[in-house]
Design a protein around this ligand. Structure first.
Ligand code: ZN
Length: 144
């Protein structure tokens, strides 16, 4: 089992998506499979749901498994070996259910892997060329 020292929060930079969609996007970029370990859905799993403004609320905040945690992810340059990657589906706007369930997931992973709160990062904090996940991580950490 690899040693996990940090958690990195991302966004999908899309207004919709589910594990199947994001897996396809990452495979198109040459990855073997999805680069994240967890997805926190918004209510639009597919493009059609978003384009028709037809939310599927059963997806809102739903946590799904991506790449198995015991495998190194592909989500943050230079930090994949010892991190877990979580992706919020969305670009700049996220739902309250996504934030609630992100918090629960972070707390569970911090406890399971003994990760201190200061080791919960946003992608932009580990790669200054990024703004991902487009939320203030100080605020997120203050709730943990
Ligand atoms: Zn990112």
């Amino acid at each position: 089992m690899r040693k996990i020292n940090k958690i990195v929060v991302h966004c999908s930079a899309s207004n919709w998506g589910d594990v199947e969609e994001i897996t396809r996007w990452h495979q198109e970029r040459g990855f073997s499979t999805i680069g994240y370990h967890f997805i926190v859905h918004n209510p639009y799993p597919k493009f059609q749901h978003y384009s028709e403004r037809r939310p599927h609320f059963e997806y809102d905040g739903l946590i799904a498994l991506g790449r198995p945690v015991d495998q190194e992810g592909a989500h943050v340059r230079g930090h994949n070996a010892d991190s877990i990657g979580i992706c919020l589906v969305g670009n700049k706007l996220f739902t309250s259910q996504q934030f609630r369930n992100l918090r629960s997931l972070l707390l569970a992973l911090m406890r399971q892997y003994k990760i201190p709160v200061q080791n919960v990062y946003g992608h932009y904090e580990l790669d200054s060329s990024k703004t991902c996940p487009n939320i203030d991580m100080e605020t997120i950490r203050s709730t943990l």
